[in-house]
Write a protein that binds this ligand. Structure first.
Ligand code: CMX
Ligand code: CO
Length: 146
């Protein structure tokens, strides 16, 4: 089951400037920040609210760390803006398998490490009406029964 909007991923050229925009405009503060070298991003998670499934919803602000990262490529083509959406689930493996069985391309064979030690995978945007879609299980949220 997918039980929350975990985050909306927003690509930007200058993370510090973008963090300041969200702070000054809306009062959102950085909950967590990290560099994910595998994904080629420096990111800030701004927590918006807790959710009824024990998780939370965030904005994920993303700045590329290298020219060959997927976000750098996307920014060069589109400029800044909404890059992906992410749905939260207690069992990303089961959800990915279920969605793959519907003929939608799942990008990773095995989920990879995302923000805050979550486990993540992606669905191809061309199979999802033009929306790059991520599936997330937060650290500590995994349950086989989900
Ligand atoms: N949203 C919607 N469409 C997208 C897209 C996006 N974010 N990124 C690419 N596309 C579209 C392109 O516009 C292009 O369409 P056209 O052929 O009609 O022009 C098509 O998909 C192929 O795009 P591309 O520029 O050639 O890019 P690639 O195929 O090399 O990569 C994708 C696309 C989805 C496979 C790649 O971006 C990917 O692996 N993404 C998952 C990882 C990721 O995004 N990591 C960063 C975030 C990390 C995190 O959230 O923690
Ligand atoms: Co994301």
């Amino acid at each position: 089951m997918l039980t929350r909007i975990d985050h909306i991923g927003i690509a930007c050229f200058d993370l510090d400037k973008t963090v300041e925009f969200y702070r000054a405009t809306y009062g959102f503060e950085v909950f967590h920040s990290e560099v994910n070298e595998e994904q080629g991003v420096r990111e800030a998670m701004l927590k918006i609210n807790d959710t009824g499934d024990g998780g939370a919803s965030y904005l994920q602000l993303l700045e590329p760390t290298r020219e060959d990262s997927t976000v750098a490529k996307w920014l060069a083509k589109n400029g800044e803006g909404v890059h992906h959406i992410a749905f939260g689930t207690a069992d990303v493996d089961a959800q990915a398998a279920e969605i793959k069985a519907k003929g939608i391309r799942v990008l990773y064979e095995e989920p990879r490490r995302g923000s805050m030690d979550s486990r993540i995978t992606f669905l191809h945007p061309k199979d999802c009406g033009g929306v790059l879609t991520e599936l997330v299980t937060a650290a500590g949220q995994h349950t086989e029964a989900a």
